[in-house]
Design a protein around this ligand. Structure first.
Ligand code: GLU
Ligand code: ZN
Length: 316
């Protein structure tokens, strides 16, 4: 089966069938722009626990997939992909099915772009960032009728839906920034790279993902992803965004600031800290147990309700 055929199949018949079976498919989708830090561990752990604590009507737990989002070579750090996978294993976060690398998915992204273009659902845009900024920062469809050739152009999606509201497992009812959600956004970059929004949605469909659990840094992009899913006639996953770990100044964690170190040789303290960050209440003595025992406790005791419904938590 070609990938294109499978996309068509997934978006028409397969997903509803899967959903009626009540099977859970979640994923963790790191970009290999650096090693895992405490912030990414939280997203990995939350998505893993939400999948593994789920029981379908057939008595099966959810599947947890790992997808390496390596579509931006200039931002990639050499060796980060394999280091991320090594860390996940050291932390007892074992994935089902083989790891999907976005760098291997170009044909499917290209086919999706061609399909959108044929249906007149996209157009080439030559506006620069500075030009859009000068017009107020929101793209107003300037190139929609200009029929630019593809040279030196980005490709934008004709935004027919402008979805901006959704219900989040942890954050409740979410209203995204409407002008941004309604914009004709970029799905293929001027520099020739596929845009994150395109790749993430195509692969969530391709992998039959029906639960997207990730950090609150991706709350706003969800609106655009909902629009793209609708444009591709796909059903919509359930979304859950866990709080972002920030420093007191409100900065996202990075290697420079004081994120608890991710030490593959001693994962227990960071695992316990990540569970506490997610509102779970592990017995402090668990820190002396084996990683697999901590993970087993965490699956058995995972409670969505205990996760704080705030978008950021300071960890200093
Ligand atoms: N690759 C994205 C990131 O690391 C996450 C994509 C997603 O979870 O949707 O920020
Ligand atoms: Zn334009």
């Amino acid at each position: 089966m070609t990938k294109q055929a499978s996309l068509t199949k997934i978006s028409s018949s397969e997903r509803p069938l899967l959903l009626s079976n009540n099977a859970y498919r979640g994923r963790f989708a790191p970009s290999p722009s650096g090693l895992l830090h405490f912030g990414s561990l939280i997203a990995a752990l939350a998505s893993f626990l939400d999948a593994k604590s789920f029981t379908s009507s057939q008595g099966q737990s959810g599947k947890w997939l790992v997808r390496i989002e390596d579509i931006d070579p200039p931002r990639e750090q050499l060796g980060a992909s394999s280091a991320i996978l090594t860390t996940l294993e050291a932390f007892g976060l074992h994935w089902d099915e083989s790891v999907l690398y976005q760098s291997q998915q170009s044909q499917l992204y290209q086919d999706t772009l061609s399909d959108l273009q044929q249906k007149n659902l996209s157009y080439n845009c030559r506006c620069t960032r500075a030009e859009i900024k000068a017009l107020g920062g929101i793209y107003q469809g300037h190139c929609q009728t200009l029929s630019h050739s593809k040279d030196n152009s980005a490709i934008r999606l004709k935004n027919q839906y402008g979805h901006y509201q959704f219900n989040d497992i942890f954050q409740g009812s979410i209203n995204c920034n409407q002008p941004l959600a309604k914009e004709d956004f970029i799905i293929h970059r001027k520099d020739g790279l596929f845009a994150y929004q395109l790749a993430v949605v195509v692969d969530d469909i391709y992998q039959n993902v029906n639960h997207v659990i990730r950090g609150c840094d991706l709350l706003e992009p969800t609106a655009r992803q909902l629009t793209l899913l609708a444009t591709l006639n796909s059903t919509t996953p359930v979304y859950g965004h866990v709080p972002l770990a920030v420093t007191t100044g409100g900065y996202k964690l990075s290697k420079q600031n004081k994120a608890p170190a991710i030490d593959n040789n001693s994962p227990q303290p960071a695992l316990i800290a990540a569970l506490e960050f997610l509102g779970q209440v592990p017995d402090p003595k668990l820190v002396n147990e084996k990683v697999d025992d901590i993970i087993r406790w965490a699956i058995e005791n995972w409670s969505r309700e205990k996760v704080a419904s705030v978008t950021e938590i300071s960890i200093e």
